[in-house]
Design a protein around this ligand. Structure first.
Ligand code: DX5
Ligand code: ZN
Length: 220
């Protein structure tokens, strides 16, 4: 079954706690938290203190997506704030092997992400130690952009490469996921879809998450 991770970037920030609870009650498999530093991407969102503040709202998996230039500097802060999984970008600074090791040492699941221009091969050396990979289906930085379907080729390549290494790798996509695009994602083998606007702009989040899962199941 396709997992859905609502992106809190599309929520009402003035009611972040309630919004987190609402997503948990609506059947979210993960809560996706987009951290942007205004440097790695041209936008600033929130950091570890905000994540810590909403941590008591739910037990649902906190999936922290770091779009920051120096992940090594802040990993421990995000783990302490209550991240269950931490995703970093291979295009950011620092040795990926060391970053993965530090994420694991902090007790979190480790994922690495690719911007649209970065080829799947960049992640091959790290598949053994990663728990998940994130293939961006939009340019990171903003919600509400349109889905880049050619990115699904990378999903297939990464799945195949992991299988060759004897591993069932979780693959997540992020950006532009909605009822029109989730079918293609399911066909390509995606396991987890992040959805911001697709869930938050719907009148009923629970119904939106259910519909996304049903669309994905029908496509496989
Ligand atoms: C983009 C973020 C996404 C974004 C997705 O940089 O990583 O998580 O919030 O938003 P939608 O689903 O609206 O494209
Ligand atoms: Zn994200």
């Amino acid at each position: 079954m396709m997992q859905i991770a609502p992106s809190m970037l599309a929520s009402d920030f003035s009611r972040l706690g309630e919004e987190t609870r609402r997503m948990a009650q609506s059947g979210a498999d993960m809560i996706h938290l987009d951290v942007m530093d205004g440097n790695f991407v041209p936008n600033i969102t929130f950091g570890a203190p905000v994540i810590q503040a909403i941590r008591p709202c739910t037990d649902v998996f906190f999936d922290v997506h770091l779009m920051i230039r120096e992940p090594l500097r802040y990993l421990a802060d995000f783990a302490r704030a209550g991240a269950d999984g931490i995703t970093f970008h291979v295009e950011s600074e620092g040795d990926p092997e060391e970053i993965i090791e530090k994420i694991h040492a902090a007790g979190c699941r480790a994922a690495a992400s690719l911007k649209p221009a970065t080829p799947a091969e960049r992640l091959y050396p790290y598949l053994k130690s990663l728990d998940m990979v994130l293939v961006m289906t939009v340019e990171p930085g903003f919600g509400g952009q349109s889905f880049q379907a050619p990115m699904l080729e990378k999903v297939k390549l990464l799945k195949e490469q992991a299988r060759r290494q004897g591993k069932e790798l979780l693959v997540q996509i992020d950006g532009g996921v909605n009822l029109d695009t989730i079918g293609q994602a399911a066909l390509a083998g995606v396991d987890v879809c992040v959805a911001g606007t697709g869930v938050f702009k719907a009148p009923d989040a629970a119904q939106a998450i259910r519909a996304l899962k049903e669309k994905a199941a029908a496509a496989r």
